[in-house]
Design a protein around this ligand. Structure first.
Ligand code: AMP
Ligand code: TRP
Length: 329
């Protein structure tokens, strides 16, 4: 039996990179008949950097609403908030005892997020141990993520193996699932940087809730390369290759099919139709999002999800504590 587990931090508005690299995979994974799915909102991870309480509250519900709006089905998947299943924080602590300072110091996300800042929380540093706990609590076999999370999933594998070797077989060692196309959507103004909300240039990303006209404008403005050919070649044409990946993710077409359609046509029609493909996919997601985000339905899905999750998480935590020698009655 496969177990899929993943989550998106409620720390900013979601952009189409998170959809392409992560959320779209959650929906696809549910098609596997012999699988259980856990999609949670890592709110405890969000507070590793300062959060406004009101915003954290709203964004946590929003991320859950995006899951459902994009097609994560609460009947097939447990959808829940991390902070409502207390085993995460507790196993997170136990995993910190197994993680080495040196390996945590090598995490590129920590280096990027802490660079140049003087008030860096200790939780930002130990964050990958909590992420390992998130995954190991459910004995997840597969973790669908974008490319930037690969290093954290590899650390999780190391920690699981280390724990199992020392204390006996408690944890399943998980595999990351990273799509070939869409695992690293780059900024629209600079294909050398990951698409991210932290970019001060608002035209560098498309948000899940952007209006059609905003999407058209942002994509029309996206940087391209100089030779006017719609060709997939990350070495020579990174900006156009990035747009081709977005096109493929949102239209469901293979990249060679798209290249062929725009052969010899320059970028005009390509960019226009790319915007329409993005809008066509996002419009129904936005509609469903608005229906559900502040609804009772969402509250009841999250309560039910947390109950289902806690039943499994508590059992794994109990096994881990017992294996380590804690007195467990
Ligand atoms: P975050 O919003 O940082 O919690 O990221 C949520 C998920 O989306 C993770 O699995 C990331 O790897 C993925 N992700 C975030 N930004 C991008 C991007 N620009 N391209 C592809 N995947 C992304
Ligand atoms: N660290 C992930 C991110 O920044 C979010 C996350 C936390 C996560 N726990 C997880 C992803 C467990 C997958 C599995 O995007």
């Amino acid at each position: 039996m496969k177990r899929f587990l993943s989550g998106i931090k409620p720390s900013g508005e979601l952009n189409i990179g998170g959809y392409a690299g992560a959320l779209r995979q959650y929906v696809a994974m549910q098609q596997e008949s012999d699988a259980e799915n856990f999609y949670f909102v890592p709110d405890l991870h969000a507070v590793t950097v300062p959060q406004d309480p009101k915003e954290l509250h709203q964004r946590s519900k929003e991320i859950a609403a995006y899951y459902i709006a994009a097609g994560v089905d609460p009947k097939k998947s447990a959808i829940f908030l991390q902070s409502q299943v207390s085993a995460h924080a507790e196993l997170g602590w136990l995993m910190e005892t197994q993680a080495y300072f040196g390996e945590l110091s090598r995490m590129t996300q920590f280096k990027d997020k802490s660079e140049g800042k003087d008030a860096v929380s200790s939780a930002l540093f130990t964050y990958p141990a909590l992420m390992a706990a998130d995954i190991l609590l459910y004995q997840a076999t597969h973790v669908p993520v974008g490319e930037d999370q690969k290093q954290h999933v590899e650390l999780t594998r190391d920690l699981a193996n280390r724990f199992n070797n020392k204390f006996g077989d408690v944890f399943t060692v998980p595999e990351p699932i990273i799509q070939e196309v869409g695992c690293r959507i780059m900024s629209l103004d600079d294909p050398g940087k990951k698409m991210s909300k932290s970019n001060p240039n608002k035209s560098s990303y498309v948000l899940m809730l952007d209006e059609p006209d905003t999407i058209r404008k942002k994509l029309a403005r996206a940087v391209t390369d100089s030779d006017m050919q719609v060709r997939y070649d990350w070495e020579a044409k990174p900006a156009v290759s990035n747009l081709l990946e977005i096109y493929s993710v949102f239209s469901g077409e293979e990249i060679p099919v798209i290249e062929k359609r725009y052969e010899g046509q320059g970028y005009g029609a390509f960019k226009k139709e790319l915007a329409e493909a993005v809008i066509a996919k996002l419009t129904p997601i936005q509609e469903r999002f608005r229906e559900i985000v502040d609804s009772e339905e969402l509250v009841s899905i999250l309560k039910d999800g947390a109950e289902r999750a806690a039943a499994i998480a508590d059992e794994t935590l109990r096994k881990a504590k017992q294996a380590m020698g804690f007195v467990v009655f």
